[in-house]
Design a protein around this ligand. Structure first.
Ligand code: UDX
Length: 445
């Protein structure tokens, strides 16, 4: 069985390399020639632990190749995975399906052998059935094309592991042949008794958005309680630990802080609301509007704390530690940290930024921020230090590591990863999200 992966961004490049690792001959396809040239040389245009090694290993033997030619893909593949993006439409909340539609109709038209098209992109419910129709309209006479939807749950930073060893596989299809072929593709995971959920198109599409909506809700749930503990006192981390021991709740995704970002959670909850709105079901997903708003209010809170600590932001030197939307990633799409850094700059602060991997991507979006290549460089002369993405380097940071560099010992822990007592004992004014504001104005003197 030969496999193509159409769209070689985060999802597609990882999927292509993982399929090669499983022993398949794989062809990755993208419309961007620069990306294809880089991938063909075994170079990854983004940071993802473990993926460069896999890419090099399989491009070196020719088991994994890349092309811009959809015709070549149509002549080559038995199974075509669609992994192109569904970004938020400009000025709207719904998902832009242009790339998925083009990929599906393009590969259907180009297929010169019987094949299976498998959608992996995150799409509005109802898309798979429509795309299956599109396939039938575009395919060549005499060629059979099956269709399935197989959502992807990979997390950035763990993409290789999540693809090679998924916690579940979900396949939506109305074709027995498609289901059998996908069981062959995923034989390795199935041999380890990975749950395989065979279902209809709509359920498969909804599983993905429901999972992301649930995760976003969990984060905003604890962040909403942060707003309460910030007023009444109490410790948000202990609260999360205590409810997390209840197996029905679970501790994961209850880390209070600057909130969620990235290429999936924010856009997916908005697209889900847009889609259910189209279906006349506004009320069903209306709570996600609150989830989004709670999330965005966390950014306001960080800016507010900085203002309270500094008196005013104009002319103050602020160290921002971390701009990626989460650690172990260079992705800054919808990153709370980068948004906060930009807003502080907009208020006249002198913002010095250090992210272990995301400086370059951040500079493309906010070229006016000052980017430095080390933690010491960022905190040099700082009036306040902001920890906004919990890279290990920042989580392990001790007061003694940076106190000789800063102007004034003030710190805001935007991810609840530092030990308040350590910092206060070392004479720092310390503030974390979800903790009651101490006398910050006194700290401003
Ligand atoms: C997410 C889903 O987890 C994944 O299954 C899906 O395929 C794509 O979207 P990802 O975007 O890589 O993956 O990031 P994730 O690890 O889910 O984190 C999302 C955001 O939530 C990050 O900004 C992170 O900092 C934030 N987060 C996460 C919290 O603020 N608190 C938490 O407790 C957990």
């Amino acid at each position: 069985m030969r496999i193509t992966v159409i769209g070689t961004g985060y999802l597609g490049a990882t999927h292509a390399a993982a399929m090669a690792e499983l022993g398949f001959e794989v062809l990755g396809v993208d419309v961007d020639p620069t990306k294809i040239e880089a991938l063909s040389r075994g170079e990854l245009p983004f940071y993802e632990p473990g993926l460069p090694e896999l890419l090099l290993k399989h491009t070196a033997t020719g088991q994994l190749r890349f092309t811009t030619s959809i015709e070549e893909a149509g002549a080559f593949g038995d199974v075509h995975f669609i992994a192109v993006g569904t970004p938020q439409k400009a000025g709207e909340t719904s998902a832009d399906m242009t790339f998925v539609d083009a990929a599906v109709s393009g590969i259907a038209a180009a297929s010169t052998r019987d094949a299976l098209i498998v959608g992996k992109s995150t799409v509005p419910v109802g898309s798979a059935r429509r795309l299956k129709e599109l396939t039938q309209q575009h395919k060549r006479p005499g060629i059979n094309i099956d269709f399935a939807w197989n959502p992807e749950f990979l997390r950035e930073g763990f993409a290789v592991e999540d693809t090679l060893r998924p916690d579940r596989l979900v396949v939506g299809t109305d074709s027995v042949v498609a289901d059998q072929k996908l069981r062959q593709v995923y034989a390795d995971a199935l041999s380890r008794e990975t749950p395989y959920i065979s279902t209809d198109f709509e359920t498969a599409e909804l599983v993905k958005v429901a999972a992301n909506a649930f995760l976003a809700t969990k984060i905003s749930f604890i962040n909403a309680f942060s707003e309460v503990t910030e007023t009444v006192g109490g410790d948000i981390r202990t609260l999360a630990d205590a409810i997390g021991y209840d197996a029905r709740i679970g501790r994961r995704f209850l880390n209070a802080g600057a909130g969620f970002g990235g290429g999936c959670l924010p856009k997916d909850i908005r697209a889900l609301q847009a889609r259910t709105g189209e279906l006349g079901l506004e009320k069903s997903m209306r709570f996600l509007n609150e989830v989004d708003e709670i999330n965005l209010r966390r950014r306001d809170r960080v800016v507010f704390l900085a203002e309270q600590m500094l008196g005013e932001l104009e002319g103050k030197r602020i160290a921002v530690l971390g701009t990626s939307f989460k650690p172990d990633s260079d992705d800054v799409r919808d990153s709370p940290a980068l948004d906060i850094a930009g807003r502080l700059y907009g208020s006249g602060a002198d913002v010095r930024v250090y992210d272990p991997k995301a400086n370059a991507n951040s500079a493309k979006r906010f070229p006016r921020l000052t980017f430095v290549e080390s933690l010491e460089g960022a905190v040099a002369g700082a009036d306040v230090v902001l920890l906004l993405t919990e890279w290990r380097e920042f989580r392990d940071m001790k007061p003694g590591d940076i106190e000789g560099h800063v102007q004034t010992r003030r710190i805001i822990d935007g991810r609840n990863v530092l030990d308040r007592t350590d910092w206060e004992n070392a004479g720092w004014v310390f503030q974390a999200l979800g903790q009651k504001t101490s006398d910050l104005s006194a700290a401003a003197v």
